[in-house]
Design a protein around this ligand. Structure first.
Ligand code: BGC
Length: 860
């Protein structure tokens, strides 16, 4: 019997404080007969005891427009969905409680509670804040609307309010500050109650950015904004007035910085400080500021929170000659240590972190100014502690000053990132390729700590636009990245200049990096929303980002010179081409203006396509014309002489991948030149940020699949698998972040955890395993495995908006056996290596055919 499952309203998994008053609704259908489709659906919303029911015709089940009147602030509703599949109605889905957030600025009454004076530029302490209040009765319902300027950990009557870490995360606070809504009913009681929080600088006021970074970027004072609302037996919700109740005292962290680490002195934490009965007479009154001006910038979080996702036990423990205990967690992560310490009062344990070892010692040079050292001073009681206001990128740690022997379970690594749903998997017969894929998964996890960053360890951890621009398709396959990306794109739009300029990283900081926009980086404003539309069918993001997308292309128009190509702009080009010297990563083989012009064509075309989706015909014409104009300029400048690009694989890959060739012949010619270039280069990587994500596709689509596999399976440096052979557990920033002799690359920019070059996994999913989207949201899929490189099997699994899609092939003798599973709502076209093609509907299918393509590969 078919059933409706996975009902969602909006992008988060919970709907307490729905991010939008009209959240889009999605659901999946399971257990349906093969080939079945939904022909109608009914959505039912119970609000104020009334039932509102809307019938929808057709097969839509992904991000369907909210068909009811918008939610009001705090409104509580219950949503259920049923579908008619092959003429039969399913049962109603499990009910989903959808509760409104605070949508009007005047909904906010609580003041911003500010404990501190301003400070000189150094790592600063944390603050404790508490407000004691009395309730006549235990509430029927209670909500805490919570955010801060800084990072904070709220509690009620001594119990944690949530398991969120580093709340409220990082946005461009001058434009947006996200809050979350917590159900705190169970934590309150009749009589005295205490709302508490520990507050530290975080991104708001701490040191962030490279080259010395910035301090006090968003203000000189941290502050806490907690609005507690309780509903009693009379059913009326009331804001608990806490203004006079707030008291503050210095916290137990004597210094806490995201890069620096946290110094925690447990002796400074007064027992029972956040519980009733505590005497706070010696605490001071914090400054209160009405949040009126702030209220306009407050918005309910659209993305999932950052949490401790799992803990890892060390895979090896070793006592060093200097007495330190070294731990190897076997995996490079973003997170902190959780330690169980039983030590005399005043004993300090210091925790050091590093991604790699060099000369037998922690290799901390790549961290640059990010000291990444935490310390804990005992109050004399056994305690389990983990830092609360910092995060590090590390695989190895050393404990200094540990009291006695280290017992099993005394130290674990807590893995910290945004709690995203896992959506994509890949397996194949080559263990190195599988490890490469696993490394990409980890680099994504480690760099999705609330926003998409370049790296999790050194004094950057910034939302570099170019990195996510190339990685977005992989991200959308592997995890439910939509919330993180949608939130971040709002900052992109908010920080875009009046002329459409897109900062090279977002949130943008003035810390010395040239502020000119660069191609492939700024294009994230167009490409990321487009990928979200393609991969998740998220039309809402196109609508919302439309002004930002078009502004970027308008900005490009300002950079197009008399010859109709982009010139004289600040360009990062094919960043980190292996031919570029360590100190000049932009000195690539491919002309940076060719890269910039190719991206201008691509972005203009994508905006034209988005106009088509959104029914904006005049803009479609306008941007299609921009693309044609730049392409014509490119032809005159570079492309009429393809042979002149023979030395520049990225240029050739752009011609093919961005569809810049005049016709099939020219495309084929570019493919032949590219194949010759990669052979000449011994199938080692000769491309940077721009060429690397597209080169395998460019080869495979022009009949050079074998070259694509040879590149992919290369183990000599530079290659994707070289780091794997060196024991990498994440994707490195440079192909040779670790040199073959085990030394760390001397370049100043040497991270062991950058996802950008891992964008190639999208090729593994689409081409090697053969699971590619052919319509937005995988409504249609192209299943076309292309075995090669000696692989005997490969498979990919993806939790699409409609349900799980599974493609798996193996070679038996000369034959390829292919298994395909499609959920309701998805159709596919299967093409076997021998060219046989068949259309398939939902259900399980098995195919067999010759494992190799007929001798002459067809073009594209
Ligand atoms: C970052 C990159 C970024 C690049 C661009 C680096 O420091 O880590 O990933 O895209 O700068 O300049």
């Amino acid at each position: 019997m078919s059933a409706v499952t996975g009902v969602r309203a909006g992008l988060r998994s919970d709907c307490l404080g729905a991010a939008l008053p009209a959240p889009r609704v999605s659901w999946r259908i399971v257990d349906a007969p093969a080939g079945a489709v939904q022909d109608a659906a009914e959505l039912r919303l119970v609000r104020d005891g009334e039932v509102d029911s809307v019938a929808l015709d057709g097969a839509d089940q992904n991000l369907v427009d909210w068909p009811f009147a918008p939610l009001r602030s705090r409104e509580r509703t219950v949503l259920t969905v049923r579908s008619r599949v092959a003429g039969e109605w399913t049962a109603w889905s499990a009910p989903l409680e959808v509760e409104g957030a605070l949508y009007e600025p005047h909904d906010w009454q609580a003041p911003l509670v500010m404990p501190s004076a301003s400070f000189p530029h150094r790592t600063r302490p944390s603050w404790l804040l508490r407000a004691s209040f009395t309730l006549d009765e235990a509430p029927v319902r209670a909500r805490l609307y919570a955010t801060a300027q800084g990072v904070f950990v709220p509690s009620l009557n001594g119990a944690a309010v949530s398991d969120e870490v580093l709340a409220p995360g990082w946005t461009s606070y001058d434009h947006r500050l996200r809050y979350r809504v917590h159900d705190v009913t169970a934590l309150l009681r009749a009589g005295e109650n205490v709302l508490g929080a520990e507050l530290a600088d975080g991104w708001f006021r701490g040191n962030i950015g490279f080259d010395g970074g910035v301090w006090d970027e968003y203000g000189k004072h941290v502050g806490l904004l907690l609005q507690l609302e309780v509903t009693g037996a009379d059913g009326v919700a009331r804001i608990v007035a806490l203004d006079d109740a707030w008291r503050t005292a210095p916290g137990p962290a004597t210094s806490a910085g995201l890069y620096e680490g946290e110094v925690h002195d447990a002796r400074l934490l007064p027992p029972g400080w956040d519980a009733p009965g505590f005497d706070d007479a010696a605490w001071t009154r914090p400054e209160l500021r009405q949040a009126d001006e702030l209220a306009a910038r407050l918005e309910p979080a659209i993305n999932e929170p950052v949490r401790v996702i799992e803990t890892l036990a060390p895979v090896s423990v070793e006592t060093r000659p200097n007495g330190r205990i070294r731990l190897d967690f076997g995996q490079n992560i973003s997170g902190v240590l959780r330690v169980r310490i039983d030590a005399p009062a005043g004993r300090t344990v210091t925790l050091h972190h590093a991604e790699v070892l060099e000369d037998g010692e922690l290799g901390t040079r790549p961290l640059r100014r990010a000291v990444s050292i935490d310390s804990f001073t005992s109050a004399g009681e056994p305690e389990t502690w983990q830092p609360r206001h910092t995060v590090h990128g590390f695989r190895y740690a050393e404990l200094e000053g540990w009291p006695g022997e280290l017992g099993d379970g005394d130290v674990v690594a807590a893995v910290i990132h945004t709690a995203m749903e896992r959506r994509g998997w890949f397996a194949c017969s080559d263990p190195l390729l599988e490890r490469l894929h696993e490394n990409v998964v980890w680099s994504m996890r480690d760099n999705f700590v609330d926003l998409p960053t370049d790296c999790p360890q050194r004094d950057e951890r910034l939302g570099w636009t170019g990195d996510i621009q190339v990685f977005a398709p992989a991200a959308e396959f592997l995890y439910g990245a939509d919330g993180v990306l949608a939130s971040w794109l709002r900052d992109v739009a908010a920080q875009q200049g009046p002329d459409g300029w897109v900062p090279n990283f977002v949130p943008w900081l003035e810390c010395g990096f040239p502020s000119g926009a660069s191609a492939a980086w700024g294009d994230a404003a167009v490409v990321v929303p487009w990928v979200m539309w393609q991969r998740r069918g998220n039309r809402g993001v196109l609508e919302r980002q439309w002004p930002s997308m078009t502004a970027w292309v308008e900005h490009l128009l300002l950079r197009i010179g008399a010859d109709d190509v982009v010139e004289d702009s600040m360009e990062l080009g094919d960043w980190l081409d292996p031919a570029a010297p360590p100190e000049d990563p932009g000195a690539a083989r491919t002309d940076k203006y060719l890269v910039a012009s190719a991206y201008a064509v691509r972005s203009a075309r994508l905006v034209a396509q988005a106009a088509e989706v959104l029914g904006r015909a005049p803009e479609r014409e306008r941007y299609a014309a921009v693309a044609d104009r730049v392409l014509a300029g490119m032809r005159r400048r570079w492309l009429d002489d393809l042979d002149g690009l023979a030395h520049a694989p990225t240029a050739l890959a752009l011609v093919i991948g961005f569809d810049l060739a005049r016709d099939d012949d020219e495309q084929r010619r570019a493919g032949a030149l590219l194949s010759a270039a990669v052979r000449e280069g011994g199938h080692r990587v000769q491309t940077g940020f721009v060429g690397t994500p597209i080169i395998c596709d460019a080869l495979a689509s022009t009949g050079h699949l074998d070259d694509a596999y040879a590149l992919l399976l290369q183990t000599e440096c530079p290659s994707w698998l070289y780091p794997v052979t060196m024991g990498a557990t994440t994707i490195w920033e440079r192909w040779d972040s670790m040199l073959p002799d085990g030394r760390i690359n001397p370049g100043d920019m040497t991270s062991f955890n950058h996802y950008a070059l891992g964008a190639v996994v999208d090729f593994l999913h689409r081409v090697v395993a053969g699971l590619a989207p052919a319509a937005p949201g995988y409504r249609e899929v192209e299943i076309r495995p292309r075995p090669g490189g000696g692989l005997t099997s490969a498979s990919a699994r993806h939790l699409s908006p409609y349900g799980e899609i599974h493609v798996s092939w193996r070679i038996v003798g000369d034959e390829l056996a292919l298994d395909v599973e499609l959920p309701v709502g998805v159709t596919g076209v299967v093409t076997l290596p021998d060219g046989t093609t068949e259309a398939v509907a939902s259900g399980s299918h098995t195919f067999r055919g010759a494992a190799r393509a007929p001798r002459k590969e067809t073009l594209r």
